[in-house]
Design a protein around this ligand. Sequence first.
Ligand code: XBP
Ligand code: MG
Length: 233
Amino acid sequence: MPLRALILDVDGTLAETEEAHRAAFNATFARWGLGWHWSRDTYRELLRTTGGKERIRAFQGAEGPLGDAEIAALHAEKTRAYAGILARGDLSLRPGVADLIAGARRRGWRVAVATTTTRPNVEALCRCCWDSPADALFDVIVAGDEVAAKKPAPDVYDLALSRLALPPGDGLAFEDSRNGLLSARAAGLRVVVTPSAYTDAEDFREADHVFPDLAAAGLRDVLRPCRNARSTA
Ligand code: XBP
Ligand code: MG
């Protein structure tokens, strides 16, 4: 089984980011005087809609007060609030993430990101957790607004594979959510799922492997039979 690239989701997979996203949404709603506050329970439901702008649109419904331009402006402010929260530096990578990426580098595999969130949020996370720019960590970064359809559509994974110039059989995706799993599977990738705080009750029956986190001993067994890209090039 050739393996040449790991393609990783960001939110919930690299780190438990959703509480920072939720805080950024709520702080922005308050500044805009909307009278909205997303509780944990509400947010768990709302996460079924991927993408912050899409989530706001779904929450307010057809009769909501905000038009598309206002949603875009509110979301841009939310993105700045999220960067401010992460700049405080109190968010960590999930167990096993740093070792997985460092190990992939040693083995000559390429490493990519396929995320629903925006590029500035990927930067903020990389600065916070690695003290490094995202480009120095990942060969390819695909963010949600670069594609026509967000997860569970395959678009972000299709674009990541196209930028890597690899067929799906040469990649392995890492996800934490059902929407992400379906997106990666629809792109033809094998998928490892590590459920996160907000996705732990979701259905992952289509996953190739489900582990509590990326430090799980079983992940080494998944990666071990994969031939080193350098020896197969
Ligand atoms: C995560 C998301 C994102 C974040 C918020 O999905 O849906 O929308 O919650 O990000 P996944 P933005 O992990 O499957 O990519 O507000 O920047 O859209
Ligand atoms: Mg995710």
